[in-house]
Design a protein around this ligand. Structure first.
Ligand SMILES: Nc1ncnc2c1ncn2[C@@H]1O[C@H](COP(=O)(O)OP(=O)(O)OP(=O)(O)O)[C@@H](O)[C@H]1O
Ligand SMILES: [Mg+2]
Length: 287
């Protein structure tokens, strides 16, 4: 069989902006400087990009490049030093109702003294959702992550992968338009991770969410995303924004064995290596 001929990769050396009707969330000129006793730390220098409706975007970058900082600014948990985040046309100044976050450390994010269903219900209770509606949302969310049969278990009675599914259920029960995920699968084994990846894609498709997914894992970013945003080293700018032009139906074996998958993975890997070596698109041109 002849090798497939590859088309050029669809990359731009800045964050993509989208037409207003396709945009759900915009990050504009975002900068974050931490003021510390030891001096200022410029974590994020200048980030601009849009997230599309019902789009799954992955974000990768060297350790310390400000991925968590960016997510916290988007989630309204941290105030940007300058620039802004706009969701559905409104500036984010506090945690928006239509946004949910899943962090890496599910062990610390679930309350051990609350049963699974109560953990999922808590944010709804805090938001004042009526009881009958809460019950229906919790049941639906647990069913969506394949945990319909353990609502009365405690988190510590579940495996790591199941606990992370509880955290995902809690986020989607809240009916967000945007789901932010910060290295959510870093602490689970490879098989569970593959299952959770497919779960996120499935949930996203069923519920029509936009997802921004931070990961250290280059293969995971290509497998999951429709787009991969690569960050430079700190102080951070967008190094490159890549369209993942793989078929929309992803399959752990089939997709990962495609030539295009390998090309995309190579490319992201090379870019991250460059970023680690200090290359930045806003820096001096190479000699
Ligand atoms: N609360 C804080 N006070 C001061 N500096 C901080 C604070 N939080 C993060 N930083 C600094 O900001 C930079 C970006 O940190 P951040 O945690 O956002 O990076 P990251 O890309 O998420 O890293 P990792 O890949 O290791 O999770 C780092 O230099 C970090 O030391
Ligand atoms: Mg982080």
């Amino acid at each position: 069989m002849l090798p497939e001929t590859s088309s050029p990769l669809q990359t731009v050396s800045h964050g993509r902006t989208l037409p207003a009707e396709q945009t759900l969330l915009s990050v504009r000129g975002l900068k974050k400087v931490y003021r510390t006793d030891g001096g200022d730390v410029e974590a994020v220098r200048d980030l601009t990009f849009d997230l599309g409706k019902n789009e799954l975007t992955c974000l990768v970058g060297p350790s310390g490049s400000g991925k968590t900082t960016l997510l916290k600014c988007i989630a309204g948990l941290l105030e940007p030093t300058s620039g802004e985040v706009i969701l559905d046309g409104k500036r984010v100044i506090a945690p928006p109702k239509k946004m949910a976050v899943v962090f890496q450390e599910y062990g610390r994010s679930l309350f051990p003294w609350l049963r699974v269903a109560d953990n999922v219900e808590l944010p709804l209770k805090n938001a004042g959702v009526p009881k009958a509606e809460r019950k229906a949302l919790v049941e639906e969310a647990l069913a969506n992550v394949g945990l319909a049969d353990v609502p009365r278990s405690y988190p510590w009675q579940l495996s790591g992968g199941m606990q992370q599914r509880v955290a995902i259920a809690r986020a989607i029960a809240y009916q967000p338009e945007v789901l932010l995920m910060d290295e959510p699968f870093a602490a689970v084994d490879a098989q569970t991770r593959a299952d959770l990846e497919d779960l996120v894609r499935g949930v996203r498709e069923r519920l029509g969410l936009s997802v921004l997914f931070v990961t250290h894992d280059i293969e995971e970013s290509v497998y999951l995303g429709e787009r991969v945003i690569m960050l430079s080293s700190s102080p951070t700018v967008v190094q490159e924004d890549l369209i993942v032009d793989l078929p929309p139906q992803r399959d752990q074996l089939e997709t990962r064995s495609m030539q295009r998958f390998t090309e995309l993975r190579h490319h992201v890997y090379e870019q991250i290596q460059r970023a680690k070596k200090g290359y930045r698109p806003d820096g001096p041109a190479p000699k």
